[in-house]
Design a protein around this ligand. Structure first.
Ligand code: AMP
Length: 281
């Protein structure tokens, strides 16, 4: 399995493998891979001649130093997991200096408000960091197709907007959320939860599902209040936000309209660890 740390080397390898009509599937990750990541990687592998997976914990997208320091890493285990999909996957694991060309800083972006709500509101600078690194990675890999999870639905919308604004030729493909058996959305951060809290954390998806059932009957305000009251009863989970929004513009719902797709978004703290999830309504 090829593990490449350097952009020039990656480009050399890709040039040697690809001809003009060859497709390159790319899955950017921060490592500590789990079956959520693997679902994207398997899809990329089945749809492209060449598959590149990047593993890079991007410092500029963390607004919380402790979250960055405690972010799980295990390259050896990541390689073993990728090998279960295929030996032919190329791993790109650059250092921060390498991928940032020596200047580890975010650029500023304007995504027509997509970046201002929810994760953008509660994690200052997060999407500037995400867009900066995704742009650098896309330009380094130059894929035909890049795969992102709906687990980070707001991020997916922002990447689509980035590619549209920059007129990049890359096709962005959204992939469904993979969940643990209790419904908890798979995340590298789940590793940091105690066993019992991880088991109890099915509560988050259960609440999202109940909100979905209520959506046909009650208005958004009453559902939002109900979610807040459910979390207020919980000793383990602290609600940061619950928001029902237009799935394409991410603007909070005012009045439900026909022909608009809505989605509910949630961010929750458990044992100091931040968990996010969302559901189509
Ligand atoms: P991360 O390593 O957390 O930056 O995630 C890398 C990619 O995997 C992102 O596009 C995520 O949205 C996606 N991803 C993470 N967890 C899941 C999941 N449970 N289901 C589907 N995609 C996921």
């Amino acid at each position: 399995m090829l593990v490449i740390h350097n952009k020039k080397e990656l480009q050399k390898v890709l040039q040697s493998k690809v001809n003009k009509n060859c497709t390159i599937g790319f899955v950017p990750t921060m490592g500590a891979l789990h079956t959520g990541h693997l679902s994207l990687i398997k899809r990329a592998f089945s749809q492209n001649e060449v598959t590149v997976v990047s593993i890079f914990i991007n410092p500029t997208q963390f607004d919380n130093k402790e979250d960055l320091e405690k972010y799980p890493t295990d390259l050896r285990n990541d390689i073993d997991l990728l090998q279960t999909v295929s030996d032919a996957i190329i791993i790109f694991a650059p250092s921060a200096l390498e991928i940032y060309n020596g200047d580890i800083a975010s650029k500023k972006f304007n995504f027509n408000g997509l970046e201002k709500v929810m994760e953008g509101e509660f994690r200052t600078g997060h999407f500037n960091g995400v867009a900066t690194i995704v742009e650098l990675l896309l330009l380094a890999v130059n894929p035909t197709h890049a795969y992102f999870g709906e687990k980070d639905f707001q991020q997916l919308q922002i990447i689509k907007k980035l590619v549209e604004l920059k007129k990049f030729p890359f096709k962005i493909i959204g992939c469904p959320i993979e969940r643990e058996t209790n419904g908890l959305a798979r995340s590298s951060r789940n590793e940091r939860l105690s066993k019992s809290t991880r088991e109890e954390a099915g509560f988050i998806f259960k609440t999202l599902n109940s909100a979905k059932s209520k959506f046909g009957i009650e208005n958004a305000k009453s559902i939002t209040d109900w979610v807040a009251s459910e979390f207020a009863k919980s000793k383990l989970f602290e609600l940061e936000y619950f928001q029902i929004a237009d799935a394409s513009t991410l603007t909070p719902i005012l009045k439900k309209q026909k022909n608009i797709k809505y989605r509910a978004f949630i961010a929750v703290y458990a044992e100091g660890i931040r968990l996010i999830d969302n559901i189509a309504l």
